[in-house]
Design a protein around this ligand. Structure first.
Ligand code: PLP
Length: 382
């Protein structure tokens, strides 16, 4: 057993907010679409096994990850639900892909053939979803070749064609140009699915919507939606209209590790970029970029202590940073500190993303393994 980690800095994962956000997603889809949840990148930093179990207990239909190894971790935790593989493996990963019963996105015949060969050698059929590139420009078959690929898969003995899908690059954007682009993608995708039906093949589960499209394009919900960032409580773009009150799932907390009063003119942290403009109380917080807390927050971020917001002063170090509490303070040693989270008044990952020129996805993903996860309302075993 690993030792218990009692450090002050922790990521509290509010599992009840996963349920709440899934309820929001169900409401947005009218309950008419299956739900797949993206638990890639350790569930955007929240912990893939815990999030997957919670979402399955709620009733989602599919999980999705990006690497074969991520799926192996889920399987070894006893999770038997269908798992979509969003990204492409090396040839050396295909035996595990088949053995662990993953469902890959397929966009070309040569990959389909390799999958079939491995599945044949293991005598174990696998399900595949045809990935159509209607404008993401990442992976997938071009729309006019999709029927040919569907036909090919239909002739492979160990491949079961279970779904057809596409992906949107700008479904979260309120710009007119981007709306036009997404609508064109939806219609192109619809035509592609129709063409597969027209040659007498069953496309199976039709799916396209990421969080942006779950929120903004009900015509793209089809048979299943693939929820990522909204499951974790954030809009993919803060400029979107907000038809649902998603709740942030991750709360990054710490405690005041040191307190001191400095005189006007005293400099704080590396590079001496900040000096106290007056006599002031300075608190040291034991969190740094070594935890994945972005160094761009130096002199720009804020934290909440006892319901009050305080500015980060000076540079963020690898393991610590400082905040200015002002000339008088009630704050005492080991008072709790909220770096971001669902609390009223606390910064959210979206606020921090705005400061760091990033997106909430990256913010929660970056909180790394040095930060222990505390699961609130732990999921009962499945
Ligand atoms: C990550 C991912 C999603 C989820 O995207 P969000 O914007 O987080 O909702 C859906 N589909 C694919 C193919 C993805 O890679």
């Amino acid at each position: 057993m690993p030792q218990i980690n009692r450090r002050a800095t922790r990521a509290v994962i509010h599992l009840d907010h996963i349920d709440h956000n899934l309820n929001c997603i169900k409401k947005l889809t009218g309950g008419r679409s299956k739900i797949c949840v993206a638990v890639k990148a350790d569930a955007y930093g929240h912990g893939a096994v815990e999030v997957a179990k919670r979402a399955l207990q709620w009733g989602v239909d599919f999980l999705a990850i990006a690497t074969v190894n991520e799926a192996v971790i889920l399987r070894e935790a006893g999770i038997n639900a269908p798992i979509l593989l969003f990204s492409l493996p090396l040839d050396a990963e295909i035996p595990d892909l088949v053995q662990y019963g993953l469902t890959p996105f397929v966009g070309d015949k040569s990959y389909a053939e390799k999958l079939n060969t491995e599945a044949a050698s293991q005598k174990r059929s696998i399900k595949v979803h045809i990935k159509v590139d209607t404008g993401m420009g990442r992976i997938g078959v071009t729309p006019h070749k999709a029927t040919e690929l569907a036909g090919f898969i239909g002739t492979r003995e160990y491949l079961i064609q279970e779904g057809v899908c596409t992906h949107f690059p700008v479904s979260d954007s309120p710009e007119e140009d981007d709306i036009r682009f997404t609508k064109n993608q939806i219609s192109l995708f619809q035509k592609t699915v129709d063409a597969i039906r027209a040659i007498g093949l069953d496309p199976g589960i039709v799916h396209a919507a990421n969080s942006g499209a779950i929120i903004a394009y009900s015509e793209a919900h089809f048979d299943m939606v693939r929820a990522g960032i909204c499951l974790y409580g954030y809009y993919p773009d803060p400029r979107m209209k907000k038809p649902a009150a998603f709740k942030p799932v991750m709360e990054l907390v710490s405690r005041v590790a040191f307190l001191k009063r400095v005189q006007k003119g005293t400099s704080v942290s590396y590079g001496r970029t900040w000096s106290a403009p007056r006599d002031s109380w300075i608190a040291t917080i034991p969190v740094g970029y070594g935890d994945g807390y972005n160094r761009l927050l130096s002199g720009r971020g804020r934290v909440m202590i006892n319901g009050q917001s305080y500015p980060i002063v000076g540079r963020i170090c690898m393991d610590q940073f400082m905040v200015d509490l002002g000339p008088v303070t009630d704050v005492v040693l080991f008072d709790p500190v909220i770096l971001f989270g669902p609390d009223d008044g606390a910064m959210t990952a979206t606020d921090i993303a705005g400061i760091c020129n990033s997106i909430p996805y990256e913010l929660t993903c970056n909180i790394n393994k040095r930060v222990p996860r505390d699961y609130k309302e732990r999921t009962k075993s499945l």
